[in-house]
Design a protein around this ligand. Structure first.
Ligand code: DGP
Length: 114
């Protein structure tokens, strides 16, 4: 996807602070952190949003959750707890059209979200 910001991060065209990488998944620090730990975890394949998940690509979403669980442990936030967020579409507040999961932790998070 020529114009996709996160595809450019996957390709290394845009630098990022990578915490995890395998053939299918990339995890990197959010450029605008909302908590002491704020990681974005994405499939390398361009999937636009939650609305594009189906049986053909849902396996990578399962992988992403297992990877986030490992990162939470690695980053020392698993005991106090953390939050995983996916923003979908305009009302969900999605600003980058490449599906991504926010892993947030390191402080008390409030609820409900705005
Ligand atoms: P969302 O609003 O859910 O679409 O989240 C997009 C996130 O992407 C937002 O928290 C900021 C982050 N972001 C935007 N541009 C960049 C970038 O160039 N590098 C990194 N590391 N994060 C970015």
């Amino acid at each position: 996807m020529g114009d996709c910001l996160f595809c450019k991060i996957v390709d290394g065209e845009i630098p990022s602070e990578i915490l995890y990488e395998d053939e299918r998944v990339l995890a990197f620090k959010d450029v605008n952190p909302q908590a002491p730990v704020h990681i974005l975890v994405i499939p390398k394949e361009h999937i636009e949003s939650m609305n594009d998940i189906d049986e053909s690509n849902s396996h990578v979403i399962g992988d992403i959750f297992a990877i986030m669980r490992g990162l939470a442990e690695e980053l020392g936030i698993e005991k106090d707890g953390y939050r995983v967020v996916n923003n979908c579409g305009r009302f969900g507040g999605q600003s980058v059209s490449h599906i991504h999961f926010h892993l947030l932790g390191g402080r008390q998070l409030s609820w409900p979200p705005g």
